[in-house]
Design a protein around this ligand. Sequence first.
Ligand code: ATP
Length: 252
Amino acid sequence: MIRLDDLTKRYGTFTAVAGIHLHVPRGQLYGFLGPNGAGKTTTLRMIAGILRPTAGRIWLGGVDLLADPMTAKARLGFIPDRPFVYEKLTGGEFLRFVAGLYGQDGQTVERRIDELLELFELTQWRDELVEAYSHGMRQKLIISSALVHRPELIVVDEPMVGLDPRGARLLKDIFRGFVARGGTVLMSTHTLEVAEAMCDRIAIIQAGRIVAHGTMAELREQTAAGDVSLEELFLRLTGGRAVRELAAILED
Ligand code: ATP
């Protein structure tokens, strides 16, 4: 379970996240959508404990992140949009390093690393330096590193970027399997078809505020829309008419 209470982030006088409330229940894959600059990454970085909120509370699996950050962060796997990887470590060393940050080592971790490398088809790259990895391979390694300590919650920023269709499918299956076993995923994405196909619930953030949230059926109800796609709902909720008018101007 992830809960955000009145979460706020200001950069100077600019409010990037304006007092949002969100409850992501256990066993659900929750999509977090919004236009560029809406506040998605800022929110996810606060949940990951990388960015300090200006105000509000964050609960991770029932633990208050600001009051007990070590316990809260141990429950979470974070996959950032622009990950940092040590180029001079091998894939295996990198995963061992991350496990060590969570105080885990020994045979259990070695087995877990083997499993993850196998799952992401990186076994043959285990002893190669990360600098030799392609973009997609790095992405797979980062995803593995977020899973290495067996978190109960995953927060992921734009996971599909850089993955080939097979990798994207694998990730979908992993996330769906993870929530089926009682895990919780909060995922930001611009790929609306992916969100529509994968997510149990969706929240749409615009200019730092949640403008709608719920299942696809609930979102349709909130917008009084018929049987329309998530793309159409998204455009209606975030000013789609203006986008279409702009496109029409360009066509003239
Ligand atoms: P995108 O879809 O483009 O990645 P986003 O929804 O993830 O966007 P954020 O990166 O959270 O958006 O940014 C929200 C707002 O906060 C933007 O207006 C951005 O310019 C601003 N912002 C983000 N980081 C900083 C910072 N360090 N200092 C000042 N403003 C910032």
